[in-house]
Design a protein around this ligand. Structure first.
Ligand code: NAD
Length: 471
């Protein structure tokens, strides 16, 4: 077991910080403290909890620059993206705060009394976050879980613990009670598993690779533990011949190069109708080549480095030297884990067209007609996101319904908004995050029947129920 994590700046390979890891014994102590804090938190009036979360959002807003700077240094994200990410944490907290007083139950008509439901908090929730969007993904779970009355133990990824630790500090400054939100840095196989296996943890929210997600699901099953999984993707970008090709080509680079392709929603399979394939590739080439790769602190930069040397090796393994690359962009040489934007030409069954690369590499594939486009789009175990470009509204609706993915985007590539539901079909996940039901996912529904029969009647009738009610 490691004693500390070394945080490396992926653009310079310099050591940014070392962070002590959390041992299994410390995980156990953290769960116990969190459970005590959660009881008090859940007992607070909803308006008081909402106010604390709004203050937390405010403190995050005031610290946008230092948070963005940390994200830039530990994850290599361009400054603008890093600022957006800090803003996203603020928005998630604000949105969740707005849900606290609206987390209502229902009143259901029944005979002989009043039937009401309550959304009870689960208790202690573990959020296990990946390195690709350390701040937003940590907040996707943390903000609604806290708002619904839970405590949160957040385990950031090994390579990116710094923004999470800073957010925990800001929570305390904002008045979030001590121990209610704790950050536990450490290795997945040690700290992460200790959290997953702890009987005091009621739910696990995991974002990361499908392989680890399956392992966590099996361990949660052993305790019937609640679980949300946000896993990998191999999302298609389908361009039909009738589309606005200029717009489709101009936006395609951002859809697979944002965050250097280390994005579970990356549109890394570009499916283009054969009749416009050559024209589309002509338009795509300058768009990819002008996607500036470089120093994340430079405002002109649109793409930074990959997170680590290991990740770069993984990406390289999909692009052998002699691979038929249709387009290759430029990336800095020397220190840093750089990799150039790359578009391969391929067939639907190629390894690069099937497996998640998690780097700035897309595969362009021609298709004949709508039926073939849908078949290729669905020929993957994943089902997270996808885009389609067409001017035919009927086709837009038909294809959106036919593609087996949780988040689709027509004539655009936007798919993750904190106020709309997000999650995957098939091997891309289990459950949904964000959106109007985000808080409910951190509660159990409790059903309570209150008899309105007079006490004398219920004592004289020792069942006190009718046939209808006893079911
Ligand atoms: P990963 O699965 O290795 O790690 C993710 C997190 O899980 C880290 O915090 C890690 O420490 C922890 N972990 C690892 N092994 C664990 C274990 N046995 N028990 C408990 N925790 C453990 O993935 P990664 O390398 O950080 O991220 C890349 C992958 O995540 C890609 O496949 C990507 O698509 C996926 N991802 C999915 C989404 C989504 O929303 N669907 C978002 C981001 C990343």
């Amino acid at each position: 077991m490691l004693r500390e994590l070394s945080v490396i700046n992926p653009a310079t390979e310099e050591l940014v910080a070392t962070v002590p890891v959390t041992t299994p014994a410390e995980v156990d102590a953290a769960v116990r403290r969190a459970a005590r804090a959660q009881e008090k938190w859940a007992a607070l009036p909803p308006g008081d909890r909402a106010r604390v979360l709004r203050r937390f959002a405010q403190v995050v807003e005031e610290n946008t620059e230092p948070l963005a700077d940390l994200e830039l240094r530990e994850a290599g994200h361009p400054l603008d993206s890093a600022r957006w990410e800090a803003g996203n944490v603020r928005d998630l907290l604000d949105y969740a705060a707005g849900g606290v007083e609206r987390l209502t139950g229902t009143q259901i008509p029944v005979a002989g009394g009043l039937n009401v439901t309550f959304q009870e908090p689960l208790g202690v929730v573990a959020v296990i976050a990946p390195w690709n969007f350390p701040m937003p993904i940590a907040a996707w779970g943390t903000a609604p879980a806290l708002a619904a009355g839970n405590a949160v133990l957040l385990k950031p990824a090994e390579t990116t613990p710094l923004t999470a630790l800073r957010l925990a500090r800001h929570a305390l400054e904002a008045g979030v009670p001590e121990d209610l939100f704790q950050v536990l840095p450490g290795e997945g196989a040690v700290t992460g598993e200790a959290l997953v296996d702890h009987p005091g943890v009621a739910k696990v929210v995991f974002t990361g690779s499908t392989a680890v997600g399956r392992r966590i699901a099996a361990r949660c099953a052993a305790q019937t533990k609640r679980l949300t999984l946000e896993l990998g993707g191999k999302s298609p970008n389908i361009v039909f011949a009738d589309a606005d090709l200029e717009a489709a080509a101009a936006t395609a680079p951002g859809s697979f190069l944002d965050n250097a392709g280390q994005d579970c929603c990356a549109r890394s399979r570009i499916l283009v109708q054969a009749s416009v394939y050559d024209r589309f590739m002509e338009l795509l080439e300058p768009a990819v080549k002008s996607f500036t790769v470089g120093d994340p602190a430079d405002p002109a930069t649109r793409m930074g480095p990959l997170i680590s040397a290991a990740q770069r090796e993984r990406v390289r393994s999909y692009v052998p030297e002699d691979a038929p690359a249709a387009i290759r962009g430029e990336a800095p040489r020397g220190k840093g884990f750089w990799y150039p934007p790359t578009v391969l030409e391929g067939a639907p069954a190629d390894r690069a067209a099937v497996e998640e690369i998690f780097g700035p590499v897309a595969v362009a594939i021609p298709f004949r007609d709508e039926a073939e486009a849908v078949r290729i789009a669905n020929a993957t175990d994943y089902g997270l996101s996808g885009s389609l470009w067409t001017r035919d509204i009927g086709r837009a609706v038909r294809v959106s319904r036919a593609v087996a993915a949780g988040n689709l985007s027509v004539n655009s590539h936007s798919s993750v908004r904190y106020w709309t539901p997000f999650g995957g079909f098939k091997q891309s996940g289990l459950g949904r995050e964000l959106g109007p039901d985000a808080l409910t996912a951190f509660t159990e529904t409790k059903n309570v029947f209150i008899s309105t029969e007079s006490t004398s009647k219920s004592t004289s009738d020792n069942t006190g129920t009718s046939t209808e009610e006893s079911k």
